[in-house]
Design a protein around this ligand. Structure first.
Ligand code: SAH
Length: 222
């Protein structure tokens, strides 16, 4: 007879397979991206209260009034970023660290910035637990990017920039790609900026999204 534990594992496998199928049917078809999503234990990034919903295709609340993104949006953004094994990637808005984990599986190095010290600490513990050694974290204002480490091959912004993120675009390689939600609450446009190799960036509107805002400065915590 199967133990509870193996039942739980099987149930999780079924939920994950269902999630991957749902993502694929919505256009996330990149094999590398789907493999990274299958690998990442999303329940580890989800608060206890919502753990049983970890493999639903929905955004969920995390600490500090923030959210872990919907898996479909994570898949869509990662696919649009066209990360390569040699890419150095900058991510703004570490949050739970789920998206960072997906990026770390697909690229050489991920630099990630978060304005809540608590979230940064929790995400760092998860990266350690998962044995991810190619993630470099910073507690700070990601709206300013990470000039000391620029230029980056790819930049992913996971909080909504009120307007075109010029400071971040200036830290992108001439042929780089930046993906960001742009606009005010409640609905933003997901935009992909593609470099032409000469530092001119063409923008493409992908879809409507709802992200928490990219806020200036670091968060004051009790
Ligand atoms: N990618 C995350 C989503 C987190 S939500 C995940 O998979 O869980 C967006 C995050 O952006 C929040 O944690 C928020 O605190 C952070 N954020 C907002 N403005 C920021 C800024 N200026 N610098 C760094 N992080 C910021």
């Amino acid at each position: 007879m199967a133990t509870n534990e193996s039942d739980g594992g099987k149930e999780k496998d079924v939920q994950l397979a269902r999630l991957v199928l749902a993502l694929r049917s919505q256009g996330v078809t990149d094999a590398g991206v789907l493999a990274a999503i299958e690998w990442a234990p999303r329940e580890l990034f989800t608060p206890d209260l919502f753990k049983e919903r970890a493999f639903e295709d929905s955004a969920l609340p995390i600490a500090c009034g923030q959210t872990i993104s919907q898996p479909f949006i994570v898949g869509l953004m990662t696919q649009a970023l066209q990360v390569e094994p040699r890419s150095r990637v900058l991510e703004i808005g570490t949050g739970s660290g789920y998206q960072t984990t997906i990026l770390s599986r697909l690229s050489r190095l991920v630099y990630t910035v978060e304005r809540y010290r608590t979230l940064m600490g929790e995400a760092e513990a998860r990266f350690k637990q998962l044995g991810l050694t190619n993630i470099i974290t910073k507690f700070g204002d990601g709206g300013l990017g990470w000039p000391e480490q620029a230029p980056f091959d790819r930049i992913l912004v996971t909080a909504a920039a009120p307007e075109e993120p010029k400071a971040l675009l200036s830290q992108l390689k001439p042929s780089g790609i930046l993906v960001a939600p742009v606009g005010k609450r409640p609905v933003q446009k997901l935009i992909r900026y593609l470099g032409d190799g000469n530092g001119v960036f063409r923008s493409e509107v992908m879809t409507d999204v709802r992200f928490v805002p990219l806020l200036p400065g670091v968060a004051k915590e009790p």
